[in-house]
Structure formats: structure tokens, C-alpha cells
Ligand binder design. Structure first.
Ligand SMILES: [Zn+2]
Length: 235
């Protein structure tokens, strides 16, 4: 398109890319729903969510509504726009009851990121690219490892199913932004393997299998099969 030409010429003259090429642009939209992290906890997890609402703007309004008492640190629109609602060193109210690696107060130990999505459609490229840039920066700032990146459904499998079957976990795994799935054939039970990764202990077999599949094999149906264990292996 014609409009791109003068911009490209400017780049050539200055030799510098625009700042937006380096860092995602983040808008501030403060939410009143947050508190101190308890017991001096630091973020060691990133919890990914989808909003299950019609638009990013509607979700933003809800996440900033004092009556609703929910929030997250960030919201990313389908077109890649990012809003920050809670400072990273504060405790946002996004995870609720659940457990990961034995941690029960997940809010005190995590950064919450909401992705605008109704739950029924894929996550568009600009949104995924913005998420990846943001995650890289957060993981660097707080020393969060790929193993510490989880979905809401991983830590609260009886209550939650976001970010859902359409979320591209493998794309994050390939970039070191989520635990890389195993390819081995482990000689252990699904429960042992899942708990070692961090999945909660207090869920029944059926719920646990559904949670593991939602993360690694969302198309799988029916009873447990050996292929369900493979992504949980160490190698
Ligand atoms: Zn959620």
C-alpha cells in the first residue's frame, strides 16, 4: 500500500526501526481490584486466560469494574493492543481457587494475562505475537521459566477451561515460552506424571485426563490411551 513507502524511506535515512518494532505498546487502564502479594511472594507463574466476552473493550470494562472484583495484570485484544490493569508486583484477582505445583494462592505467585476471545475461535496472529513479546519481557523481569507458564484450566480443572482447545500451546513451546511436551513412553501413571509437572492432586481421574488433554491433545476423546502419557514424559 502507498502509505508504507514514506515510512520505509524514513527507516533507511535514520537507520533505526520505530520503537514499536522492539517493544509492544502498552496502554494503562488501572483496575481497582488488586492487593499486596501475600507473604512477600514473587511471581513464578504466568496464567493465561481467555475473556469469553464479545469484545476486548467489554472485557476491559468488566476487569476494571470495582463491583465485579476480578482483574488481571494484562489484557490483549485480537489486534494485538495491550492494556495493563495491575502493576506486576501487585496481586491481581484472576486465578481463584485452584492449585499448581502445590501452590494454592496462585494469585500471589503469578502474573495473569487475559486474551480477548469468545472461546470459539482461533487466536489471531497479531494477538499471539503481542502475547509472545509480552511474555518474553515478563519472564526476563521475574526469572519465570517455561515450566511456570500455565493455562487457567491447568490449575483449576474442575472449574475452568480457558484458554481452551483453540489455544496454540505448541507455538509457545517451540519458542521456549511454555513447557516443551515430552516424546518418550513413560512407565508411570497419568496421575504421577501430571502431578510431577504441577497439575493439582485433588481432582478425580476423569477431570485430570480432561485437563491434560485440553493442554496437550485437545482433539482426543474416549478412555485413557498410551498417547496421553507421552507429552507428560520428561524427554
Ligand atoms: Zn480464566
Amino acid at each position: 500500500m502507498g502509505m508504507a513507502m514514506p515510512v520505509a524511506g524514513t527507516h533507511l535515512r535514520t537507520g533505526k526501526p520505530p520503537a514499536t518494532d522492539l517493544m509492544p505498546e502498552i496502554c494503562s487502564a488501572p483496575s481497582p481490584s488488586f492487593g499486596e502479594r501475600r507473604d512477600g511472594a514473587r511471581p513464578e507463574l504466568i496464567v493465561l486466560h481467555y475473556t469469553a466476552m464479545e469484545s476486548a473493550e467489554a472485557a476491559l470494562q468488566r476487569l476494571c469494574d470495582p463491583e465485579v472484583e476480578v482483574s488481571a495484570h494484562y489484557l490483549i485484544a485480537e489486534d494485538g493492543r495491550i492494556w495493563q490493569m495491575v502493576a506486576e508486583d501487585m496481586r491481581a484477582w484472576h486465578a481463584g481457587v485452584g492449585q499448581w505445583r502445590g501452590i494454592e494462592d496462585v494469585n500471589s505467585r503469578s502474573i495473569g494475562i487475559e486474551l480477548a476471545n469468545t472461546g470459539n475461535h482461533p487466536f489471531p496472529e497479531p494477538q499471539m505475537a503481542a502475547l509472545e513479546d509480552l511474555m518474553r519481557a515478563i519472564m526476563r523481569r521475574w526469572d519465570i521459566t517455561a515450566e511456570g507458564v500455565i493455562g487457567h484450566s491447568d490449575m483449576a480443572p474442575t472449574r475452568k477451561c480457558d484458554p481452551g482447545p483453540r489455544f496454540d500451546w505448541e507455538r509457545l513451546e517451540k519458542q521456549g515460552l511454555a513447557r516443551r511436551r515430552g516424546t518418550g513412553s513413560p512407565d508411570r501413571t497419568l496421575r504421577e506424571l501430571a502431578q510431577q509437572i504441577g497439575f493439582p492432586a485433588d481432582v478425580d481421574d476423569e477431570t485430570l485426563l480432561a485437563a491434560v488433554r485440553l493442554r496437550y491433545r485437545p482433539w482426543a476423546r474416549g478412555p485413557l490411551e498410551p498417547a496421553d502419557l507421552v507429552p507428560l514424559s520428561d524427554t
